[in-house]
Design a protein around this ligand. Structure first.
Ligand code: D5M
Ligand code: FE
Ligand code: ZN
Length: 539
């Protein structure tokens, strides 16, 4: 994967669980082979460290330069030869459903039949014609929280918890694949050389052979079995989507010596093609937002106030629900040098100020919120909801406070809320056309396909082992809502509406130094009766 810019490097590091020091990022970006330097710097950083330090990168660069001298190579960067066939490959076509990101919003407008996907031009007029909403009835309201770790956490962090969690993941995801294949346990394959067989397994390792074929080790609770996907097969195109620890099924023929399976078909747990979302039986809307980051100097209070004022207007009279997918506050000590950009240094004061901002939202709007990686709960996922002390601080609006991830059913429409830290990792691991920051809905599609919100454990995704794997997407949601990457994008994957909301924090110094360009102050609004999306802009 080419690592052309600082942005990509910073996010690649984030994907591997490391925070980035801006100077380290610049050094890596300026290297002759950024990818190799990044890999070496990660290797040289202890696994439990949070930050890739500038000094480590300097050491790696010095070692590299010394090695080059020894090999008699010039230290001058040679002209890049590019990456051959990939040159000029453009983005894949926009899905037929309404789909949008800020840069690609025109496509959504031109998209034709489905959905009044309004462009971002709907600036809200300054004066707020506050409607008399007193007669808005709440009698039809219906909101139920379904999947939530809060209060259920049993994990002790022991090795045995990991085993139980992976067993639960395997069992639940293999159930979704069993309808499509008749699988055999990995220890019952060798005895049938030349036979046809299927395996359901957790991906243990993916590597390419000397001839360019793919060798994948699949694991179940009986052992591990190698399977081979030859490069000339159409399914070889999907090998680059595989992540370690995800559960897949393969079908094929066992080799004559019984030692390997030649794969003909590859299956993911998937959203069934026939999936039809449920809708509400009245016209009611939900606003989906995330990443407010109160306490950061870059929190856009004016934009927030315009949003809150607008919620009081007639135009917003059907918005009865507000879903917030994490990062309410900026927190403290989340990233290196973060304290230099705090406007409020005490995390409890940050929540108090956030609570004040919430009060500007009409009192009869039902609010649901989950925590993110900046919030004051454990970082490892699943994250339980805010504790009593924080709930108390935020009690004025009587919001529904639940864990990350959670499923919330609103008037018959199920919403899977997940903050989205794994999106960094998905984007770092998968090819650009399948997952990128400008179209954050695409890595969300991958999570739906894999039926897991954070499939890969091997990277540095922080996971807390529980007896159950709360991160499995057991039921297909009607709407999947994430945040975290501070980019707006939405679209449909097999009829599931995926929305990544933007943020309410302007570009930070760090983001500027690595060219991360956030989508600030947008509110995607979902019609619960049609699942159409309208984007509103408040900046
Ligand atoms: O992160 C917002 C986005 O920016 C997310 O894609 C991670 C990335 N980010 C932000 N700051 C850093 C640092 N210091 N290192 C690496 N990646 C970073 P959020 O966590 O929501 O603020
Ligand atoms: Fe955030
Ligand atoms: Zn975040």
């Amino acid at each position: 994967m080419p690592l052309e810019s600082s942005t990509r490097i910073a996010r690649e590091l984030a994907g591997r669980g490391y925070n980035a020091d801006p100077e380290a990022v610049t050094l890596i970006a300026g290297a002759e082979d950024p990818e190799a330097i990044l890999a070496a710097a990660v290797d040289a950083t202890p696994a439990d460290a949070l930050v890739v330090e500038t000094d480590v990168v300097k050491d790696v660069l010095a070692t590299q330069a010394a090695a080059n001298r020894e090999n008699g190579e010039s230290e001058d960067p040679t002209v890049s030869t590019g990456d051959g066939g990939a040159v000029g490959s453009s983005q894949t076509a926009v899905a037929p459903e309404a789909e949008g990101s800020v840069s690609g919003m025109a496509a959504a407008d031109a998209g034709g039949e489905s959905g009044p996907a309004t462009g971002p031009g709907d600036d809200v007029a300054g004066g707020s014609a506050v409607a008399d909403r007193a007669n808005r009835s709440t009698a039809n309201r219906d909101l139920e929280i379904l999947g939530d770790i809060t209060g259920e956490s049993t994990g002790t962090g022991d090795y045995s918890d990991f085993v139980e969690m992976f067993r639960d993941r395997y069992e639940r995801l293999s159930k979704k694949l069993r309808g499509r294949v008749t699988h055999r346990p990995t220890n019952r394959l060798e005895s049938d050389p030349g036979g046809e067989a299927a395996i359901i397994g957790m991906v243990d390792d993916v590597r390419s052979t000397a001839n360019g074929h793919w060798l994948i080790d699949l694991e179940d609770f009986n052992g591990t079995f190698p399977v081979l996907i030859t490069k000339d097969r159409a399914i070889a195109d999907q090998v680059d989507e595989l992540l370690t620890d995800e559960v897949i099924a393969v079908e094929g023929t066992i080799a004559d010596d019984g030692g390997i399976l030649f794969v003909d078909e590859l299956h993911f747990p998937e959203v069934p093609r026939t999936f039809q979302p449920s809708t509400a039986d009245r016209h009611v809307q939900a606003a989906l937002i995330s990443d407010i980051h109160v306490g950061s100097q870059e929190f856009e209070a004016d934009a927030w106030n315009r949003f809150a004022d607008w919620l009081h207007t007639e135009e917003a009279e059907h918005i009865e629900y507000l879903l917030i997918a994490g990062d309410m506050v900026e927190g403290v000590g989340v990233y290196p040098d973060q304290d230099e950009e705090l406007s409020i240094v005490d995390v409890y004061e940050q929540y108090e100020t956030f609570a004040e901002h919430l009060k500007a939202v009409p009192a009869d709007v039902e609010i649901v919120m989950i925590p993110g990686n900046h919030d004051a709960v454990r970082l490892a996922e699943p994250q339980p909801a805010f504790d009593e002390e924080l709930r108390e601080i935020m009690s004025a609006h009587d919001a529904r406070i639940t864990g990350n991830p959670s499923t919330v059913e609103i008037e018959g429409v199920s919403f899977l809320l997940y903050h989205g830290v794994s999106l960094d990792e998905m984007i770092a691991e998968l090819p650009e056309e399948k997952a990128n920051y400008d179209e954050p809905q695409k890595p969300m599609y991958q999570l739906l396909k894999k039926r897991h919100v954070a499939p890969q454990y091997g990277g540095h995704m922080r996971l807390a082992p529980e007896k159950e794997d709360y991160l499995v997407i057991d039921e297909v949601p009607d709407v999947f809502h994430t945040g975290h990457v501070h980019k707006l994008g939405y679209g449909k994957y097999r009829n599931v509406l995926a929305i990544n909301s933007g943020c309410w924090q302007a570009q930070t110094d760090f983001q500027r130094s690595v060219n991360i360009d956030p989508d600030v102050a947008y509110a995607p609004i979902v019609d619960l009766d049609t699942l159409d999306v309208t984007i509103r802009k408040f900046r």
